[in-house]
Design a protein around this ligand. Sequence first.
Ligand SMILES: Cc1cc2nc3c(=O)[nH]c(=O)nc-3n(C[C@H](O)[C@H](O)[C@H](O)COP(=O)(O)O)c2cc1C
Length: 298
Amino acid sequence: METGPWTLWGREYDSPLMLASGTAGFGLELMEMGMLAGVAAVVSKATTLLPRDGNVPPRIVETRYGLLNSVGLANPGVEEVLASVLPAASRLPVPLIVNVAGDTVEDYASVVERLDSSPVPVGYEINVSCPNVSAGGAAFGASPSTVEEVSRLVAAATRRPFSVKLTPNEGSMVESAAAAEEGGASAVTVCNTFLGMTVDWRTGEAPLKRGVGGYSSPALLPLTVARVHLTRRAVGIPVLASGGVGSPEDVLELLAAGATMVQVGTWLMRRPGAALELLEGVRELLDGLRGFPDGTGT
Ligand SMILES: Cc1cc2nc3c(=O)[nH]c(=O)nc-3n(C[C@H](O)[C@H](O)[C@H](O)COP(=O)(O)O)c2cc1C
């Protein structure tokens, strides 16, 4: 297990924690609040070629054990992101990875090509796995050959590194991870939200208009640990864990299972200062492993 510093794509970080896509915008609000301490890198909300209004509200529903979301990739589109969001994001004290989504396989490369005109993103996360859209979305991630094709098109469009964010909902994630590597991906993110649904048993109605949504929460941890472990054995590129973090032990478990870096999402929405709390906890636990911090072991 990496015990720090943690290295991804040639950069060294003193934290293994990234902010998961869709749970921190572009990091600007957290920066204003001085809450990016403990964060290695921010992964942005999805950016698409054209603006998207997203799904009709409600977009987030709390269930007893976790969160269901149906945001539907709401975003202002790549031109607006280039014109106003990325210039503001150049002030971020940590690197920004832009999450990219598309309606067609060609969309991904077009968005990445446009984003490459900005010096701000250090890399991309290619979201072939959103459960909340009907066109494309998870369908791309379900087929290893499509994952390979998207990866090839993106690799041809940029020299920056990119991670392909996989779906746990359809197809074989391990085969898709291998396909992403074959297509030129520089990492895989394991993984997006799990398809979930809640129903009011009194009325039989689902609060989310699409019925189903993406489920996330610390309750996902064993599901993510298993998938990180299986994917780690199948590919040589870094595995970025996403799903299930709610404590420093969870971060270390994902690293021990083979993750290079660990993303935190839902837990961050509950506790905006989560990254620093988690990092301090990770350091304490690792110091305990090594003996006392002064090295005396007494
Ligand atoms: C409100 C919300 C919005 C999200 N939006 C995106 C998105 O735009 N793109 C993406 O790849 N993942 C998105 N995700 C998935 C998260 O990045 C993360 O993979 C997932 O929540 C699992 O991690 P967690 O258990 O730590 O929350 C979103 C999750 C939530 C809760």
